[in-house]
Ligand binder design. Sequence first.
Ligand code: BGC
Length: 443
Amino acid sequence: MRRTIVIASLAVVGMVAAACGSSTGGANQSSTNQSSSSSGGSSETAKAGGAGGNVGVFTWWADGSEKKGLDALVKLFGEKFPNDKFVNLAVAGGAGSNAKAKLAADLQAGNPPDSFQGHAGAELTDYINNGQILPVDDLYKAEGWDNVFPADLLARLTVGGHIYSVPSNIHRANVVWVNNKVLTKAGLDPKAAPKDIAAWIADMDKLKAAGISTPLSVAGTWTQVELLETVLISDLGVDGYNGLFDGKTDWASADVTKGLNDYKTLLTYANTAADGDDWPGATDAVIDGKAAYNVMGDWAVAEFASKGQKDGTDYSYWAVPGQDGVYDFLADSFTLPKGAPNAEGAKDWLRLIGSDQGQHDFNLAKGSIPARTDIKPDDFPPYQQWAMGEFQKDKIVSSIAHGAAVNLGWGTEISQAVSQFYGSKDVAALQAALVTAAKSNIK
Ligand code: BGC
C-alpha cells in the first residue's frame, strides 16, 4: 500500500500569468495527412488505437539525456501504432522554462498540439480550470488504469470527478548529486549525508579549504527555485512546508526567514549563473569535478549515465540534508487538449504513455520511476531501485519549481522573486515578495 501523497489543495486562479510573449506560429505540425479532427468533444468511446495521421506532441525534452527518454517512447510508438506519425514539437529549456509560455500562447490562440506534457498537481489543474484539456475517463476505463496508478496520484489529476491526463513517471526533486573523488580528496565520505543544512555548509567549508572554490553548482532561475524549496523543506519540516500552500504556514514567519538566510548562505558556495542557464551544465560541473554537489531532480541520473559515470564509484546521491525520508515529488503527465487536430492519434499516444511497456522503457531512460505500481524494479539501475523503495516509505511533499505545489501564475511570481534575489541578495525583499505572491494565490 502506498501512503497518501500529502499535497496541499490549492485555489487555482485565472489565466496563466506566464502566457505572455509573442507566438509566431501555432504549436501544430503542418500536415496533409491528418486522419481525424476533433471538435473538442470528449465523450467518444476509446477505440482500439492506430488512428493514423500526424500526432504532434509538445514537451521540453528537446536535447541530451531527456531526449533519450522521449526517443524511447517514440520508438515504441512507431512499433505499437505504425499508422501514426509522431511529430516532435519539443521546445528546449529545462523545467519547461521556455516551453510553458509558448504552450500557453498557443492554447490561448486556439492552436493546441495533439498532446502536451504537464505536471501533476496545481499546474495541470490550471489547464483543467481554464477549459484547455479534456477528460480521458474513457481511456482509463478501456485500459484498466484505475487499478495500476496510485489512487492518490490519480486524485491529483482529477477535477470534478473526471481525470484529465496520463502520468508517465514520478520524479524526485530533492536529491544531492555528489562527486565521489572530490569529496574523498577533501576527507569527506561521499556516501554519508550531512545531518542538516548547517552540517552541509560546514562540509562546504572543508571543500573550499581543499581547493574547490564553488562546491555547489547551480544553473538558471528554476534550478534556484528548486534549491530554495528543498532548503524550506529542511528548515520548516514536512508539515510546515505543506502549510505554505494552504495558508497554515505563514510565509512571513521566522522559520521562513531562516530558510531564506540558509539559501542565501548556500549561494555563497555556488558558481555564478545566468537566468537562462540550463540544468545539464550544473550537473556536468559535478561530473567534471568542478563542483562537489548539485541539487537536481533525478533526471540528473540520466545525465550521469550518458557521460559513462558509474553509480557508487564516480557519484553518489542522497536526499538534501535534513530531509531523509522526505520525497519532494513531481510527475509528468500527458493531456488531450481541447481542439487537438488529431484527437484519436493523441489517444494512441496516451495509450502508450500509460502502458506497462511505455512506462518501463521511458523511465529506464529518463531516471524517474514508473507511475504505474505494477512495473517490477528488477530491470532498473540502482538509483531507480533506491528511489522506488524510498517512494514507498517516504513522506511525500510537492515541488514548487515543477508545478506540483503551485499553479502557473504563482510559480511565475516565485520565480521572479528568486531571480531578483539572485542579484540583490536581499532576504527581506525576497520574503516580502513571497508573502505577496502567497496572498494573491491562497484563497
Ligand atoms: C520535468 C522533467 C524534466 C525536468 C528538466 C521537470 O519539470 O518534470 O521531466 O526532466 O523538468 O527539464
